[in-house]
Every structure is written in C-alpha cells, then in structure tokens.
Design a protein around this ligand. Structure first.
Ligand code: NCD
Length: 323
C-alpha cells in the first residue's frame, strides 16, 4: 500500500500493512501471529467453513511457478470463507501484451482487498507495494531476495518443536547465494538471542559478501562451511533447499552442483542428533534422499507443509483486520 516514507514495522498492528520482509517483525509480532496460527489449525480441522474472511477477495498473482505458496494462500482464503482471484500463469494475462507491473497492481487492487505477489526480479514486490494505493501487498517470493511468509511458517514449525526460538543451532544447506528461503530464515532467527547458523554450501554458492556483512551485523552467529563433515552434531534444525537453477545466468552451470550435499540416511546417522527437525521449503529436487522421509525427524511434507496454510490463514486474517 503506498505510503510516503512511513515506517512499515508491524508493531502489534497488522491491519492494512504490506508484508514485504521479516525485518518488519519483532518477536512480539511473531507471537501474535503464532497465537492466531494455532487457532487457525482448529478452524482448518473443523468441517464447518469459517466466515472470518467472508466478503473478502484476495488476488494471487504469481509471475513464477509455485505449488505450495500459491495454493496454501488460496486454501487459506477459502478456509476462512473468502474468495480468490488466481493468476497462476501471467502468460494468460495482459502482462504478455506488455502491461507494467505497476498497472497490473493498480487494476487488481480495484477488484480485491489484498494482493499476494511472487515475482522473479528482486525488488519487484516493493515496487508493487509502492504502486498499490488501497490494498496491502504480501510478498510470496521476491526473486533471489526474500520470502517472508515462508520464514514465518518455518519459524512456527521450529517453535512448535522446541517451544523456543532462541538458543537454536541450525544448518542451512544448499544454494545459500540465491535461496530466498535461506535469506528470510536467517533474518527471522536473528530476531532472537543466541542463535547459531551454519551455512553449508558449495564455495561458489555462499552468501554474497554484501548479505554476509549485512547479516553479520545482526544478533546472529553465522558460520560458513563447505563440507558435510563440518556439520555440528548438536544442531537442532537442518534446513535443506534445492539449487535455485532458475537464478543462474547459465542454467547448465547449476547442473554442476546437482547431487552435491545430499541429505542421506548415512549423513543423518553420522551427524544428526536425536531431537533434530529436518525441514525443506520444497520442491525437493534431489537434495534430500527419499529414504529420509520415513525418519520421524523429517518435518517437510508433514508439519511444515500444513503449518504453511495455518500461518497464511493467520497472516491474512490479521492483515485484513479480521483477527
Ligand atoms: C521456495 C521458493 O519459492 O523460494 N519454495 C516455496 O515457496 N515453498 C523454495 C524453492 O523453490 O526452492
């Protein structure tokens, strides 16, 4: 929603706010969201439809492919009795005729109460928020930049497991350079005390030095490693994410990293602790061996996916002022 130079921190009040970055949140805001998400789990399990978002329309516009983020937002609106306008594939919209992002946003804000947007170019979601005059924009993935709603559901999943978000040791593995889910999770964990994050990646795919410096100034200890043998045995969270091949100038280059740093049962046996939770925002494209799925520590495809819908139900109800 357009605002001139205003501070967009949540500060206890979600109503009407764009959700662009985890940096808008304080631990107190995250608590409010989590309380609401727990209630939403009850609503989602209830066979009777809720009418919390009755009369609301939410537009989903995704300029990039998505399964979970798109459909969990759509399901979240429907679980709460609202309706959606769904543009899964912009090739069927006026975008192919050359319409600008700003014009597209101005059009859909006339039809709806909020817009959930995914875009391949970092900075585009902010551009959309600047263009929108009446409705909040929710960032559903902004190029290689950030993915705040994913980090919120990841934090919720970690919180439910450990009942805390401080004193966590996490290993984030994969394409740390391009992975927006990694970036937003680092930002989220840096809101709490005494968290340590090991960033396990091929050397060429470590965080950009700009991001590394920016994050290092925060309340978080970042340790870059490039070999599985350096994974600490006391880690609470293993968070694997695929190589982001669409972010490479030459997608063939991405092939080089395929099947490197795969999470296998053997690795889990050698370096995983008993109380670990294993997460992956998905899609999985080889970074976790299928045999790991049966391990009770595997949270992806289980709680993590479900929590995605509850957290988005919570966020939408708060942003639309219905919580
Ligand atoms: C992630 C994304 O889009 O960044 N997926 C998702 O939202 N669940 C992760 C990925 O695509 O690798």
């Amino acid at each position: 929603m357009a605002k001139s130079n205003s501070d967009n921190s949540i500060d206890g009040n979600f109503k009407g706010k764009d959700i662009l970055s985890i940096d808008q949140f304080s631990p107190r805001d995250i608590n409010i969201l989590f309380k609401q998400a727990s209630k939403m789990r009850g609503i989602a399990k209830n066979a009777r439809p809720s009418d919390i978002l009755k009369g609301n329309i939410v537009t989903l516009i995704f300029y990039e492919p998505s399964s979970r983020t798109f459909n969990s937002h759509a399901a979240a609106v429907k679980q709460l009795g609202g309706a959606t306008i769904e543009i899964h594939d912009v090739s069927s919209s006026s975008v192919v005729k050359g319409e600008s992002l700003e014009d597209t946003i101005r059009v859909f804000e006339a039809y709806s109460d909020a817009i959930v947007l995914r875009h391949p170019i970092k900075g585009s979601v902010q551009k959309a928020a600047d263009a929108a005059q009446f409705v909040p924009i929710i960032n559903a993935g902004d190029g290689a930049g950030s993915h705040p709603t994913q980090a919120l559901l990841d934090l919720f999943t970690i919180y439910e497991k450990f009942k805390r978000l401080d004193n966590i040791t996490a290993v984030l593995c994969g394409d740390v350079l391009h992975s927006r889910t990694h970036h937003s999770l680092i930002e989220g964990l840096s809101l709490y005390k005494k968290n340590i994050i090991y960033l396990l990646s091929p050397k060429e795919l470590k965080l950009s030095r700009e991001d590394f410096e920016r994050y290092s100034e925060r309340n978080i200890k970042l340790i870059e490693i490039h070999d599985e043998k350096e994974i600490p045995k006391n880690a609470d969270v293993w968070y694997w994410n695929r190589i982001q091949k669409e972010r490479f100038e030459n997608p063939k280059e991405a092939e080089k990293y395929k099947n490197k740093l795969t999470l296998t049962q053997k690795l889990l046996q050698e370096r995983g602790n008993k109380n670990l939770i294993i997460l992956d925002p998905l899609p999985r494209v080889g970074e976790i061996d299928l045999a790991v799925d049966a391990d009770p520590r595997a949270g992806y495809l289980r709680t993590q996916v479900r929590n995605g819908m509850y957290v988005r139900m919570a966020l939408l109800s708060l942003v639309l002022g219905k919580a």
